[in-house]
Design a protein around this ligand. Structure first.
Ligand SMILES: N[C@@H](CCC(=O)N[C@@H](CS)C(=O)NCC(=O)O)C(=O)O
Length: 219
């Protein structure tokens, strides 16, 4: 591993099942940015290696190295915002300030309220037999609120008729909720968006099962 891109392509540090990495994988695809992926195996604790902590001091994926300046970025939402500001093709935020605020509220609900409490290091801190109920509980709490926001904001996509970051963060988090045993049918708007977004090639290609580090039995 290196802290700067050695090839001509930007580099994404990713793990196939990481919802936060999946977000950036989709953003890169929507913006048609060619990139290299380097795999960090979270189950083998590669995110805690001395070498990787120099890239991401929190020991999280994703991290992104911009080949244009060799700089490393961390935090999936700020990586997406950076990509949006520096690669204008396929804007990920709406122009209207009210809609932007709604997109950001939905993004934060997932990225700050659900994902952090169901993250691997938090689950590992809990006793093993408590982990599943914990993840399910916090996912249900979050999606209950997200459903009521989406009922007001969604049309074709989460906010109106343009695909935004709100959609990008939604799909991986629903995928995780399903893994945690959440019954998503009680959130009809979330479920409809998940189904329709999952069919788009950018989401499909960025799916965990399509990643080079996905074990054969999960493909
Ligand atoms: N706020 C960070 C969270 C990143 C994060 O939690 N990544 C998870 C995978 S989705 C991770 O690397 N977990 C490793 C661990 O918990 O040890 C972001 O949005 O990028």
């Amino acid at each position: 591993m290196s802290t700067t891109a050695t090839a001509n392509l930007p580099v994404l540090y990713s793990y196939f099942r990481s919802s936060c990495s999946w977000r950036v994988r989709v953003a890169l695809k929507l913006k048609k940015i060619d990139h290299e992926i380097r795999y960090i195996n979270l189950l083998k604790n590669e995110q805690r290696s001395e070498e990787y902590l120099k890239i991401s001091p929190f020991g999280f994926v994703p991290a992104f190295v911009d080949n244009r300046n060799g700089k490393t970025l961390i935090e999936s939402v700020s990586i997406m915002e950076y990509l949006d500001e520096t690669y204008p093709e396929f804007p990920l935020l709406p122009k209207d300030p009210q809609d932007r605020a709604t997109v950001r509220a939905l993004v934060q609900a997932v990225a700050m309220d659900i994902q952090p409490v169901t993250n691997l290091r938090v689950l590992r801190y809990l006793e093993e037999d408590k982990r599943s109920a914990w993840s399910k509980h916090w996912s249900e709490e979050g999606f209950k609120a997200i459903e009521s926001l989406l009922v007001k904001s969604a049309k074709t996509f989460s906010v109106g008729d343009s695909l935004t970051m709100a959609d990008i963060v939604l799909v991986p988090q629903v995928y995780n909720a399903v893994r945690f045993g959440v019954d998503m049918s009680v959130y009809p708007t979330v479920s409809r968006l998940y189904r329709e977004l999952s069919e788009l090639p950018e989401f499909h290609e960025a799916h965990p099962s399509r990643q080079g580090d996905c074990p054969p039995e999960l493909r």
